[in-house]
Design a protein around this ligand. Structure first.
Ligand code: F3S
Length: 391
């Protein structure tokens, strides 16, 4: 049984309005399924299910119904990427009928008090819960980063459950909110050198498949930037629904279960993983920023393409706040001169790429490589940026 506080009970009984009642009902139902004894307050929520491509008309109607019922967030809440850049969707080639629906979705979220951050890397725009802090985040790569790199605590919420947590300010206490569940049950001995984001993406893609929902702990990774860790986590989340991982001497937690299994990851496996992800074709479009690019990544790309113009069109996907900063710092100008675009609010997977004339897309992310074929009907050119931008 889920014990509710007085305030939570009031929400459950409908004394705080219909939207809160409906939301608390969802949270209590989840709590019962997962044997949660109580609710715990969350300091923020991240809501997925933002692109019209992924939620469609049914999702839009669900959101508009919640707005009519008076849904308002109780904790800072922000959005995952939408299906287009709100400011330059026409230049991107997004169809008008899609854009119209997308704007309605964004409007519904705004009416609930949700910030239109539209990013899957909120941690790069200053939204960084502290170690041990409870949050309710939904996007799988952000969940992985919050748990693993920041040491915060979140289950992998669905769109509706993250929204319910945002409206009620609490989430059921189960899963990764509890110490006893934050333990690796497979230890991966990495016996190869990882240099680029594509290396981390290939490692994540392979281990996600092998781990099969187990939580991995990596040994032998000598150093890793936050940008590389975001790709590692995103790739494992995509191929294996992995919501947390540990890296010895790097992540804030490194907990191993007594009965954890072992595996190795060699240079041969790294090469095989990359070969498996890469169609070998020349991309029509290279998409950078899965998860969304940091300012440092945008700077590096600006310098790279200023030195040598890519042989293909390319997008750098990022949060609007960082796009604005990139503009002020002159990075956007360099990227645009080299034939690229800095694209905010969206990404290569949740925008309607398949309706925009592209068939072969390049990426250095294991997550994008996993979803581009199934969600966007794309062939994938996978590799480090220097390879795919100049292939
Ligand atoms: Fe983010 Fe889109 Fe990748 S939401 S993690 S850039 S698939």
């Amino acid at each position: 049984m889920v014990n509710l506080s007085k305030e939570e009970q009031k929400m459950f009984d409908g004394e705080v309005g219909e939207a809160a009642r409906q939301s608390m009902e969802i949270l209590v139902a989840m709590g019962k399924i997962y044997d949660a004894e109580k609710m715990i307050p969350v300091s923020s929520a991240q809501v997925s299910g933002v692109s019209y491509k992924t939620i469609g008309d049914a999702g839009l109607e669900y959101l508009q119904d919640l707005v009519r019922k008076g849904a308002k967030t109780r904790v800072p809440t922000f959005l995952n990427p939408a299906g287009m850049d709100e400011a330059q969707w026409k230049e991107m080639g997004v169809p008008g009928d899609f854009a119209e629906k997308q704007l309605e979705i964004l409007d519904a979220y705004s009416k609930m008090g949700i910030m239109k951050t539209c990013t899957c890397a909120p941690y790069f725009i200053g939204i960084r819960p502290r170690e041990g802090e409870h949050v309710a985040w939904a996007e799988s790569s952000a969940v992985s980063f919050a748990n693993s790199v920041l040491g915060a605590r979140t289950n992998r919420e669905g769109g509706p459950s993250a929204l319910a947590a945002a409206v009620c300010g609490v989430t059921p206490a189960y899963g990764l909110h509890l110490d006893e569940n934050r333990k690796a049950n497979i230890v991966v001995d990495v016996q190869c050198e990882l240099k680029t984001a594509a290396d981390f993406g290939a490692l994540g893609s392979a281990i996600g498949k092998l781990a099969k929902r187990k939580y991995p702990a990596f040994r032998g990774i000598k150093s890793a930037t936050e940008e590389q860790l975001k790709v590692l986590g995103a790739s494992m989340a995509a191929t294996g629904s992995v919501p947390i991982y540990f890296v010895e001497n790097i992540t804030p937690e490194y907990n191993i279960a007594d009965d954890a299994g072992q595996m190795t990851f060699t240079d041969f496996q790294l090469r095989s993983s990359k070969d498996e992800l890469d169609s070998g074709e020349k991309p029509q479009l290279v998409t950078i920023g899965c998860p969304h690019a940091s300012l440092e990544e945008i700077r590096e790309i600006a310098e790279m393409v200023q030195e040598k113009k890519p042989t293909t069109e390319f997008w750098v996907c990022t949060a609007r706040k960082l796009k604005d900063e990139a503009g002020r710092l002159g990075y956007t100008e360099k990227i645009e001169k080299a034939g690229g675009k800095v694209v905010a609010d969206t990404c290569m997977v949740v925008c309607p790429l398949e309706r925009m004339g592209y068939h072969v897309t390049g990426t250095n992310s294991g997550k994008a490589a996993k979803y581009l074929p199934s969600l966007c009907s794309q062939k994938v050119a996978f590799g480090k940026l220097k390879d795919i931008l100049y292939r």
